[in-house]
Write a protein that binds this ligand. Structure first.
Ligand code: AHM
Ligand code: MG
Length: 348
């Protein structure tokens, strides 16, 4: 008997769902014998933590998880209860995976060296980015990047003080009106949406490509007073263009949400360095690098204004760098203003 039937004459739900696990396994198979399956296990671990964090974010108001935890992190920022909880969820799950020897979290001052681990990966993450939005129910997210480390000695901080171009995987999970996990393992970018009834991330955005040019800019212009001339002149050029078609402003203040929209709609997201913040605000290892990796894999560009972000070598685990990323043409336009102002002593 044949296993195929005539097409149903009713609106049938899809019968061949591509789950995140199936997708990761398929990518592993493409690599053949050289793939040990360890990265697969690690990514499956991240997917479980994402579901658990998503569930807590969604219920936060109901289960007394809004507000401050009463502590601050290494950047001197007050930690929210959900920051602390998300961090603990990730650290515990990743440690238990046995696949990592080093972890760096935005919420923890020092790198976590997993004693006795044979894990061949180092992972850097911001467990819950966009904390200032948490208590208003606005989108927040988890950002992560993964490095492969040598087979293996004990883990050390040197395993993560490496440029972003050496990452082997990166992604984010956005906790919003839907929960989306967006991932690259260096073979393009794919987006998954959590189907809560199934408890599975389903492939909904295969092979995300950023439009070559967008119509949206996403900067915190409240900081304009402090911006340097190249940033100001670039913003002026898209707000008062010769063709009378200015860009629209969209700024959520959650990097995950602002980058997610930029990947899907195009345009430019920026968090510049300025007169007050020498290196900008965003953290290199677990905010700038993963987002730059995703952006490039989707066909866009990511720069500090003067340098490709993925080429920057971090000096310490919580270091910062300016970030401009998005559509290729838009980022190139911005770079022209930086090139114009470039001078050895940066006079501005
Ligand atoms: P956080 O890690 O403390 O949440 O800060 C990072 C966030 C990013 O999500 C966002 O792009 C940026 O900070 C917003 O900063 P600002 O409020 O200065 O515009
Ligand atoms: Mg953050």
């Amino acid at each position: 008997m044949s296993d195929s039937h005539a097409a149903p004459d009713f609106e049938a739900p899809p019968t061949d769902l591509i789950t995140l696990t199936r997708h990761i396994l398929a990518q592993q198979q493409k690599l053949g014998a050289q793939a040990s399956g360890d990265l697969t296990m690690l990514l499956v671990g991240i997917q479980v933590t994402s579901k658990y964090i998503a569930s807590n974010v969604r219920k936060a108001r109901l289960i007394n998880l809004v507000g401050l935890a009463g502590a601050s992190n290494v950047q001197g920022e007050d930690q929210k209860k959900l920051d602390v909880l998300s961090n603990d969820i990730m650290v515990n799950a990743l440690r238990a995976s046995g696949k990592v020897s080093v972890m760096v979290s935005e919420e923890i001052d020092d790198p976590i060296l997993v004693k006795g681990s044979k894990g061949t990966y180092a992972i850097v993450f911001d467990p819950l980015d966009g904390s200032s939005n948490i208590d208003a129910g606005v989108n927040v997210g988890t950002i992560f990047g993964v490095y492969r480390v040598a087979d293996h000695k004990e883990g050390s901080v040197e395993d993560v003080l490496r440029p972003g171009k050496e990452m082997v995987a990166a992604g984010y999970t956005m906790y919003g009106s839907s929960c989306n996990l967006v991932l690259t393992t260096g073979q393009g970018v794919d987006g998954f949406t959590l189907d809560e009834s199934l408890g599975e991330f389903i492939l909904t955005h295969p092979d995300i490509r950023i439009p070559e040019r967008g119509k949206i800019y996403s900067f915190n212009e409240g900081n304009s007073l402090h911006f340097h001339p190249p940033t100001l002149e670039y913003l002026q050029s898209i707000k008062y263009p010769a063709n009378n078609k200015p860009y629209s402003a969209r700024y959520i203040g959650s990097m995950v949400a602002d980058v997610h929209r930029t990947l899907l709609y195009g345009g430019i997201f920026g968090y510049p360095d300025d007169k007050k913040s020498k290196d900008g605000k965003l953290r290199m290892l677990y905010e700038a690098f993963p987002m730059a990796f995703l952006t490039e894999q989707a066909g866009g560009l990511a720069t500090t204004g003067t340098q490709r972000i993925l080429d920057v070598v971090p000096k310490n685990i919580h270091g910062r760098c300016p970030v401009f990323l998005g559509s290729k043409n838009d980022v190139e336009d911005l770079q022209k203003f930086y090139a114009k102002w470039e001078s050895p002593d940066k006079k501005w």
